[in-house]
Design a binder for this molecule. Structure first.
Ligand SMILES: NC(=O)c1ccc[n+]([C@@H]2O[C@H](COP(=O)([O-])OP(=O)(O)OC[C@H]3O[C@@H](n4cnc5c(N)ncnc54)[C@H](OP(=O)(O)O)[C@@H]3O)[C@@H](O)[C@H]2O)c1
Length: 218
């Protein structure tokens, strides 16, 4: 598959590029092509240095990458995602779009601050063409751990979406990442539950002097 990672130059985008490049063509996207190309070269070198398989990691502008991709990962901060997608709307057709976006703000502690639609995923679906299949997942995965390829991530990953085939594709992609277990979380309307766990996990980590907390259902 061809996977475009919007915001692929940032913290969690790197981890997805490194973890999926062994089996898929990765398009690292940025608002600045030069930044995307540099990041793609850096990720390729990490894999080559480790002697790991790499189908290809290419740096691209957002528009080209979306048009070429089967799957588009939204790895940009909530504050920028809606205006970015409104601008890029004509580039979408029927791709699977994975939202890991968490709308949260920091007062004394981190708080979940969803839009009127109820969650970032539902707002994103509203902005994109109807033919695009939005799947919501990975909100509770640590960027730092994802990029550390030696780590097996003993986390559960809840996957929400209204299109069953798209949800299965994302669950299969999740199984490709060492030790992550995908769990079907129901329709996209349930996304607010997993999005809202992220500020809670961050607050737990701060209060209890822990880091990179994830979720595991036993
Ligand atoms: N970090 C985590 O551990 C983690 C875990 C789970 C979920 N998430 C979610 O994943 C998403 C990305 O998180 P992150 O920590 O990787 O973010 P980040 O490093 O701060 O940003 C990722 C990339 O987004 C682009 N970007 C930044 N501001 C933007 C704006 N206003 N408009 C459009 N693009 C913008 C930048 O790429 P260019 O400048 O190259 O375009 C940047 O490299 C967020 O929605 C976050 O809630 C993060």
């Amino acid at each position: 598959m061809k996977i475009a990672i919007l915001g692929g130059t940032g913290s969690i985008g790197e981890g997805f590029a490194l973890r999926w490049a062994g089996k898929h063509d990765i398009l690292v996207c940025s608002r600045e092509i030069e930044k995307a190309v540099n990041a793609a070269d850096e990720y390729t070198n990490i894999l080559l240095y480790r002697g790991m398989e790499c189908c290809g990691i290419k740096g691209c502008g957002n528009e080209t990458a979306i048009q070429e991709a089967d799957v588009v990962v939204l790895s940009v901060p909530y504050q920028g995602v809606v205006s970015l997608l409104k601008r890029l709307n004509p580039c979408f057709k029927d791709q699977i779009v994975i939202s890991l976006v968490v709308p949260m703000t920091k007062n004394i502690w981190f708080e979940y601050t969803p839009p009127v639609q109820g969650s970032a995923a539902l707002e994103i679906q509203e902005v994109l063409p109807e033919s695009v299949k939005v799947v919501s997942s990975y909100h509770n995965v640590s960027a730092r751990k994802l990029a550390k390829l030696d780590l097996s991530l003993d986390y559960d990953v809840v996957v929400c979406g209204d299109d069953e085939n798209a949800k299965q594709t994302v669950m299969d992609l999740t199984r490709e990442i060492k030790s992550l277990r995908p769990l079907d979380g129901g329709g996209l309307a349930s996304s607010y539950m997993i999005e809202s766990l992220t500020p809670f996990l961050i607050n737990l980590a701060i209060r209890n002097k822990l880091s990179d907390l994830g979720v595991k259902f036993l």
